[in-house]
Design a protein around this ligand. Structure first.
Ligand SMILES: Nc1ncnc2c1ncn2[C@@H]1O[C@H](COP(=O)(O)OP(=O)(O)OP(=O)(O)O)[C@@H](O)[C@H]1O
Ligand SMILES: [Mg+2]
Length: 641
């Protein structure tokens, strides 16, 4: 046999090998029969191999291909009698693959044109099996009753089975509720369709946590109907899709909340403000006092709800300060004990040498309280809530990837140092299927009136706005743990902002209660807000000029400056000129003027434009009479001072 013939034959083997890998197998019975008429050596061996297991058949088939091709080269006449109908399950491989030179120890041939028949069988088959098993996707060949004829290692891994006996019903591998879809696909393929048009998504009985995409196509082998199944693990992609949809939804709700909150804040400012005015005429003891108080309290509750919505949409005004979490927790412990009640043991473990963080203390307390209240609700007949703090490095989150779910969808935690607060309860736990939903606003499993479903959404919003992360892990029946990661504060970032915002840092007041006087220009496009505020300030002795927009105020500026302006109180967002632009104009004319911005939007959005001027204050809506008067008074002192 010539070298050329050998080369040709081995290339043919390789080509068939590739076909075989995707097509998987040549089916029982075909090899021996069709080789009838072939010289004895080759045939005996092949028949011996045939009938063992399917993969051997594939090898046998490949060997037959080698035999046939070798025969075709050396003794063409012998071949004509043999039908060469190897099924080509995949499109033709265009280029013949290069086969490495045959191992030297193999005999070159025993004389006679067909010696080649046995020589390539072992290496080709071993190689085939290896490549088949190394394939990164699961592959199976099934017969028309759905019985597995062959499967590779990736499929075993994916399905979580110990092994797959030939004949095992493929549909039994799949979780129950996906079996119909799969049977339909089999019906389609064995009913004449060449392949199914869209992949089917399934989970496997032994691995319900994974999602796989199945492709099915007809792959008949000789006279036996068969289908080829490709199985691709799409779990990660699915998770990302869900997270993406989730974060889109969160964002949409957030925007909506932010918009609604702004309008509500104007309405509530007027409601609360007019209640305050009424209460001055109907002091305690008056017949109307209790009723007005009722209105005011309800308005305050509504204001709280709006604050939560804003917190969720990360649009609320944070007043961050550099804090030691140990102190925050220590102060909070007393309140938490009262909240949790007798039946729940509170165990607080403070980490050593905790790094400082820069957070809004009130908001962080709110987060911890929300989590603690949820824990309490999950332990109606008592249990334990453990709170622990410690320093935490961003790399440590890698170890959490498996068991912990990050609120809002997994993202990379930026490299750096964090402080972790963990709350772990021994409560009911959270079922797997609802875990991804708990951070959604208004998602609650509690009875109507017992939960609004805003607790976790708010917590998540606050933590994200602080630059931190929130994780959850739960074992149904055993308990739930939440982890808050807050970025460690580094000195460089300190700005003057938290100092002038911190209430205790406010300068001592020089002016006193009533009759303090001073001239205020009040600019606000919401009539009820302006009406209440102007009246309240006049009652406290200020002289108030009103304007319903910045443009109107600017047009009258000469006259107003003439009369004198000590404090400009202005809304931030108004039709036409905005508050900051007006403030600049006024300041050009009256350099010592104090400015108070009032807004239903977050301070952050425009604070940067203003710099850290102590002569600029921010009063978030809704505010009550006392807060308004106090802020204007402080501003007045600054202007005077
Ligand atoms: N520690 C926990 N253990 C068990 N389930 C929890 C826990 N924390 C939260 N959940 C579940 O998550 C849901 C959402 O919690 P979230 O705090 O957002 O709303 P809520 O507690 O129902 O209402 P709200 O906090 O607004 O009063 C809860 O209804 C509950 O099913
Ligand atoms: Mg809650």
């Amino acid at each position: 046999m010539s070298i050329e013939a050998l080369k040709g034959a081995t290339q043919a083997v390789m080509r068939d090998l590739v076909i075989g890998i995707t097509g998987i197998a040549l089916l029982a019975g075909s090899t021996g029969l069709e080789l009838g008429g072939m010289p004895e050596g080759g045939m005996t061996t092949l028949v011996d191999v045939a009938g063992l297991i399917l993969i051997i058949f594939a090898g046998a088939g490949l060997a037959r291909a080698a035999v046939l091709r070798a025969a075709a080269i050396d003794t063409p006449s012998a071949v004509t009698a043999v039908p060469d109908d190897l099924p080509e399950v995949v499109p033709e491989v265009e280029e013949p693959l290069q086969l490495p030179p045959p191992p030297p120890q193999l005999p070159a041939g025993r004389g006679g044109g067909l010696d080649l028949d046995i020589v390539p069988i072992e290496p080709a088959e071993g190689r085939f099996r290896r490549l088949f098993d190394l394939a990164p996707i699961g592959i199976a060949l099934v017969d028309d009753r759905g019985g597995v004829l062959a499967s590779n290692a990736a499929l075993i891994r994916l399905t979580g089975e110990d092994g797959l006996e030939p004949g095992y019903a493929f549909t039994d591998l799949v979780v129950h509720d996906r079996r119909f879809a799969l049977s339909d696909a089999f019906d389609a393929v064995f009913g004449g369709a060449e392949r199914i048009t869209a992949p089917i998504e399934v989970s496997f009985r032994q691995r319900p946590d994974r999602v796989a995409s199945l492709l099915l196509r007809r792959a008949d082998e000789d006279h036996l109907a068969a289908a080829l199944i490709h199985v691709i693990d799409v779990t990660e992609r699915k998770e990302l899709e869900v997270q993406f949809a989730q974060s889109q939804k969160m964002q949409a709700v957030g925007q909506l909340a932010g918009g609604v909150a702004h309008d509500f804040n104007n309405l509530l400012t007027a409601m609360i403000g007019f209640c305050d005015l009424l209460l001055m005429r109907h002091p305690p003891g008056d017949a109307s006092f209790a009723d007005v108080m009722q209105i005011k309290q309800n308005a305050n509750r509504a204001a709280n709800l709006v604050r939560q919505l804003l917190a969720f949409s990360r649009q609320q005004t944070l007043q961050p300060r550099v804090l030691d979490i140990t102190d925050v927790l220590a102060e909070l412990t007393h309140l938490l004990r009262r909240l949790l009640g007798e039946a729940i043991v509170l165990d607080v473990h403070h980490g050593r040498d905790l790094a400082p963080v820069r957070v809004d203390q009130g908001q962080l307390e709110q987060v911890i309280i929300n989590l603690a209240v949820n824990a309490r609700d999950a332990m109606p007949s008592g249990g334990q809530l453990s709170i622990a703090t410690r320093n935490f490095a961003s790399e440590d989150t890698l170890a959490m990837a498996r068991d912990w779910m990050m609120a809002g969808g997994r993202e990379r935690v930026p490299t750096g140092d964090y402080v972790m607060v963990e709350l772990r309860d021994t409560g009911s736990g959270i079922p797997r299927d609802i875990l991804p939903k708990i951070f959604e606003p208004f998602f609650t499993t509690k009875a109507a009136g017992q939960g609004t479903g805003l607790g976790l959404a708010t917590a998540y919003g606050i933590i994200r706005q602080t630059g931190g992360f929130l994780f959850v892990r739960s074992e149904p029946g055993r308990g739930t743990a939440f982890r808050i990661l807050l970025p460690r504060h580094t000195e460089v970032e300190t700005s003057g902002l938290e100092i002038d915002l911190a209430p205790e840092a406010a300068p001592p007041r020089k002016s006193e209660i009533a009759g303090s006087g001073g001239r205020v220009l009040f600019v606000e496009d919401e009539d009820p807000v302006r009406a209440f505020a102007a009246r309240a300030l006049r009652q406290r002795g200020f002289t108030v000029e009103e304007a319903e927009s910045a443009d109107v105020a600017a047009a009258r500026l000469d006259e107003l400056v003439e009369a004198g302006i000590d404090v400009l109180v202005t809304d931030v967002v108004m039709p036409g000129m905005d508050g900051p632009a007006l403030a600049e104009k006024v300041r050009e004319r009256v350099p010592g003027v104090s400015i108070v911005f009032i807004s239903g939007y977050a301070e952050d959005t425009f604070r940067r434009k203003l710099g850290d001027d102590p002569n600029v204050r921010f009063l978030p809506k809704p505010f009550n009479l006392k807060q308004l008067v106090q802020t204007v008074r402080d501003a007045m002192d600054e202007a005077a001072g």
